[in-house]
Ligand binder design. Structure first.
Ligand SMILES: [Ca+2]
Ligand SMILES: [Ca+2]
Ligand SMILES: [Ca+2]
Length: 394
């Protein structure tokens, strides 16, 4: 459908429906619908990540989905944490009763030290409180909030959705599926049975499951009807903006030599479409950035002289054609992760996160994971108000 036809259809839908069309516009997404804003770990730019309070704030800001990462407790309960290692995101180190629980484990080939969720029962986890991991984000909320279970997160989303008269989706990620399998705590069946208990089982339900591994998504595709997303990672970024290849960890274990980049060839995308509905690529697969190396030491320079080398010292490269190739393969594209702070923004954006959102919305992403859903939504409104901005060449 071309742009003007899509716009007419959209206007027709708006006029006939008792919904607000304030955010409406004609978006170059797979369906023409506005891109989804996913509250990454909740409103994690403001509050300690993966807490009920952070998820509720993201919903209050207007997020379409909230994103719990899932790991398992020792007694098999799915809880919302980004890592099995809970040292950085809880106050566990301040609990003398758990001092002896400190240990070393190897997760996806990397040795780590600390306290691990799969050595704690849910009752023990509930005695801990969340802390902000990012030093330049507000620390005032440390020690206030609990670690929620996946059930508590779904209940929040459904309750808030009913109260607000709009769907609030849940976008769970299976963290380290092969690791959880190796310790006898596989995530997939329990995840699906919890969703079923809430009546969430079809592609029309406001649930999307994501994973960086492949085999567990293929398995999930056999026993749930909800939408699935193949996450696409990289091992970092070279000075010239080239992405450094790495592999899904289940490929490492099964000696499958393919990298994430191999999954993004046309053949790779067609294979993903056989078990998933969309891809969740690192945003650098869509717009990469290159560093400067004026002193020729092979390493990127601190161009702005603030003592740190990060994206603010880099400039953006022309966009790739990944979004249009994924759309041609009938896959939606949900890119990660968008953050407001200047160190995460290429210098071209002038430290203004709105500029980055506008670029990605105009490139046709169908959704994005943001630590700041409020900024993501304000930027989406801007495209809705003036869709023609996407026809301009930057
Ligand atoms: Ca995640
Ligand atoms: Ca250099
Ligand atoms: Ca710098």
């Amino acid at each position: 459908m071309n742009t003007s036809k899509r716009l007419l259809v959209f206007v027709g839908l708006c006029m006939g429906a008792a919904i607000s069309c304030q955010a409406a516009g004609d978006f170059p997404t797979l369906t023409g619908a506005p891109p989804l804003v996913i509250g990454h770990r909740g409103a994690s730019g403001y509050l300690p990540e993966h807490t009920i309070e952070a998820y509720r704030l993201a919903i209050r800001q207007g997020a379409d989905f909230i994103e719990p990462d899932l790991v398992s407790t020792k007694d098999g309960v799915l809880i919302a944490r980004h890592e099995v290692n809970i040292t950085q995101t809880t106050d566990v180190a301040d609990h003398p009763e758990f001092t002896a629980r400190k240990t070393r484990k190897t997760i996806d080939g990397a040795a780590e030290e600390g306290w691990f969720a799969d050595d704690f029962t849910l009752a023990e986890i509930k005695t801990l409180r969340a802390v902000q991991r990012v030093p330049f984000r507000p620390q005032q909320f440390n020690g206030l909030f609990q670690v929620p279970t996946f059930r508590e997160v779904i209940k929040l989303a459904l309750d808030e959705g009913r109260r607000r008269g709009r769907p609030v989706g849940v976008y769970p990620e299976t963290k380290h599926p092969s690791y959880h399998q190796s310790v006898g705590l596989p995530l997939e069946r329990r995840l699906v049975s919890i969703l079923k208990a809430f009546g969430l089982k079809t592609r029309r339900d406001p649930v999307i499951i994501q994973s960086f591994e492949v085999a567990n998504l293929k398995e999930l595709n056999r026993f749930t009807g909800v939408r699935l997303v193949q996450l696409i990672d990289a091992g970092g970024i070279a000075l010239d903006g080239t992405l450094i290849p790495n592999r899904p960890f289940d490929f490492v274990l099964s000696d499958d030599p393919r990298t994430y980049a191999d999954l993004l060839t046309d053949a790779g995308l067609a294979e993903i479409r056989s078990y998933a509905d969309g891809i969740g690529p690192w945003k650098r697969y869509i717009v990469s950035v290159k560093g400067a190396d004026q002193d020729n030491d092979g390493k990127p320079d601190d161009v702005n002289g603030d003592g740190a080398v990060n994206d603010a010292d880099a400039t953006r490269l022309p966009p790739t054609n990944l979004t249009s190739r994924a759309h041609a393969a009938d896959l939606f594209v949900h890119a990660f992760t968008f953050r407001n702070e200047g160190g995460f923004l290429a210098s071209d954006y002038g430290a203004n996160p709105v500029e980055e959102y506008l670029e990605f919305y105009c490139l046709g992403v169908d959704g994005l994971f943001s630590d700041f859903a409020d900024t993501a939504l304000n930027s989406r409104h801007l495209v809705g108000i003036a869709p023609t901005i996407c026809n301009q060449t930057p």
